[in-house]
Design a protein around this ligand. Structure first.
Ligand code: DGT
Ligand code: MG
Length: 603
């Protein structure tokens, strides 16, 4: 459950936000029907093990339900066509495509599971309202309990516009990807999600704030409130708070006896349909993993086969993700025959990024690289299992848990040039022209994924020993050879520099930072000669006579002409650009996030 600290505070009677919740109809079934159109007209069930995890609406008409046993489903609908849905790859790919499409509205999008997304269209609604006559705005789709007095804050009109947007979004998902969807539209996430399935399939429902309490009271169990989990439900039930109406009616003081004060308030608010949690833009996952469960495996060679199969599938996911992994985790579930129980154990270690090669913008691993990974996996396995004794496993898992992030740190120029990012993108260097250097580059591994490392990388792979500076030199050499750097998942349209320029700028900047930290040594002394030549080549193209003294000329010269001109104008007219020449530090304070700041030498 969200803590109250992560909520936005709005005035009591104001409903400023417009939130859309979108859910794909019979998701796995639609993926299968898109793959094989013959399935569209027959009752279809998606099977995992002996369970129907979903079915198309044709099958639902016969009474086939989610989580039915396959045997029961076939009794209910003898002509049910079954498709195995245990390989989630295509479902994940479809889910990612939908998420990517939703980004095109430039609003915060929060992914919830595989087929649900929240979109905060508040700003878009405001913009739309500037160009339309309020009287001409109508609702699209269904409205929950239409009668209602116009709210003074104007939310009815905003929700009408949001419903039009929801319709537009759903239409685009259908036109471009072929999926029908449902949508819920409300002033908060809770209500948007809850009204979404009211008119299934392929439809949408809007609810206005004045109906929130009444709508919530229609929920039979507190468990139906999305952020109330099993444990909270149990506690509530143990105190005879079963339905949402019970929760609405119980005095807050009583709730506070059983829950923390924050939690009690949150529960009370939820029961009344109040929810201030923001739509948080979803980023890339911190780890990418797969697991395989089975009855029992007790032979090492069988375990190896399982890992090998898992690795093949995992490498496909990593390729699609685009980031270069630098850490690998192995998980086992061990069965304890004596205690009739099982438990999980994991070990992880760093891996060399040089195992991964980027060819034509796509991440690949050679056969030799795969063998290396298998060696690492089996070494981790040996750490987890004492092979001198019998073992019984019921699950093996593999996950890449840390990724190399390049040029996405706080001071990266990417951050200065993108408007609305939460930076998760990676600029893929063409590191296939170099192995030694990139294998050293652990320095920029994602800080967010600093999970504990059970084994030191030295036990599995040699740890990086070369100094950072050498790494950068080798990388730059690589660039100058290839002249390519492809931004795989970066929204290039949002950058003013192209990827090649960004690479150059960032490398030059980092290099100059290196040099500013260490007094310039003679090339012969620190092996910088190649690097200096390359720097000179790049620097020769531009002209920075008008730059202030603190500006790194090489960085400046690597910028596109128009940006150079823009900066020169700003330097010439410091007052109009809101800066003074007094010192770079003052400049920093005067304009905290301007391009100019980028030129302040790092201490
Ligand atoms: P809908 O939204 O009611 O039209 O139908 P679905 O199939 O989209 O259902 P939803 O949105 O609850 O779940 C999305 C997908 O997730 C669904 O197509 C299959 C999978 N799924 C749902 N429930 C379960 C479950 O209990 N177990 C497993 N393994 N997968 C599930
Ligand atoms: Mg769905």
């Amino acid at each position: 459950m969200e803590s109250s600290s992560s909520t936005c505070n709005y005035g009591d009677n104001e409903h400023p936000r417009s939130i859309i919740h979108i859910d794909i109809d019979c998701f796995y079934a639609q993926v299968e029907m898109l793959r094989n159109p013959e399935l569209r007209t027959v009752p279809l069930g998606i099977q995992q093990k002996n369970i129907i995890v979903t079915s198309n609406y044709e099958a639902r008409n016969y009474g086939v339900q989610k989580c039915m046993l396959v045997s029961d489903a076939l009794k209910t609908c003898p002509n049910l066509k079954l498709v195995n849905g245990e390989d989630l790859h295509d479902y994940r790919a479809a889910s990612n495509k939908i998420f990517e499409l939703l980004q095109t509205w430039k609003c915060p999008v929060e992914k919830l599971g595989m087929d649900e997304n929240f979109i905060d269209v508040t700003k878009l609604v405001e913009e739309k309202l500037k160009c339309v006559h309020i009287e001409s705005v109508t609702h699209s789709g269904h409205i929950y309990n239409e009668s209602g007095i116009e709210c003074l804050c104007g939310c009815h009109t905003r929700l009408k516009v949001a419903s039009q947007l929801a319709n537009e979004i759903r239409q685009k998902i259908y036109d471009e990807l072929g999926f029908t969807t449902c949508a819920g539209i409300a002033h908060n996430k809770l209500l948007a999600k809850l009204v979404c399935p009211l008119h299934k399939p392929n439809n949408q429902t809007t609810i206005c704030p004045e109906h929130a309490t009444e709508f919530m009271s229609t929920l039979q169990s507190v468990r139906f409130i999305p952020s109330i989990g099993l444990k909270t439900t149990e506690t509530l039930i143990s105190h005879k708070i079963i339905s949402v109406t019970d929760l609405q009616q119980v005095p807050l003081d009583i709730l506070k006896k059983h829950f923390s004060s924050d939690m009690a308030v949150r529960l009370k608010n939820l029961s009344l349909g109040e929810d201030n949690t923001p739509v948080k833009q979803t980023g890339k996952p911190q780890s990418i993993g797969l697991e395989d469960s089975f009855k029992t495996v007790s032979v090492k060679s069988e375990v190896e086969d399982k890992f090998c199969a898992l690795l093949q599938r995992l490498l496909i996911l990593v390729r699609e993700d685009g980031r270069i992994p630098v850490s690998l985790r192995v998980t086992l579930r061990k069965k304890d025959a004596k205690r009739l129980s099982s438990h999980r154990e994991s070990r992880q270690c760093q891996i060399s990024p040089s195992i991964f090669i980027i060819t034509n913008g796509s991440l690949t691993v050679t056969n030799v690289g795969q063998q290396k990974l298998m060696t690492i996996i089996m070494r981790l396995f040996n750490k987890l299992i004492d092979l001198s004794k019998p073992f019984h496993l019921t699950l093996v898992g593999l996950a890449f848990t840390k990724f190399q992030e390049r040029m996405t740190g706080r001071s990266s120029i990417v951050n200065y040039l993108m408007n609305d990012i939460s930076v998760q993108s990676v600029l893929n260097l063409q590191n296939d022209c170099d192995t030694s250097a990139s294998s050293m580059d652990y320095s920029a591994a994602s800080p967010s994924s600093s999970t504990t490392t059970d084994l030191s990388d030295a036990e599995v792979e040699p740890s990086p020993k070369k100094p950072k500076k050498v790494t950068w030199i080798a990388k730059r050499r690589c660039l100058s050879k290839e002249e390519v750097a492809s931004p795989s998942k970066l929204k290039v349209g949002e950058l003013r520099l192209n990827s090649k320029e960004l690479e150059k700028v960032s490398e030059l900047r980092l290099n100059s930072r290196d040099r500013s930290l260490t007094p310039r040594a003679s090339p012969a002394k620190d092996n910088l000669s190649d690097a200096s030549d390359t720097m000179k080549d790049i620097a020769e193209g531009g002209n920075c006579d008008d730059c202030p003294s603190y500006v790194d000329k090489e960085v400046f010269n690597a910028l596109p002409d128009e940006m150079q001109q823009e900066l020169k104008v700003m330097w010439k007219n410091p007052t109009s650009s809101g800066m003074t020449r007094s010192s770079p530090r003052t400049m920093n304070k005067a304009k905290p996030n301007t391009l100019l700041k980028y030129f302040v030498p790092h201490k």
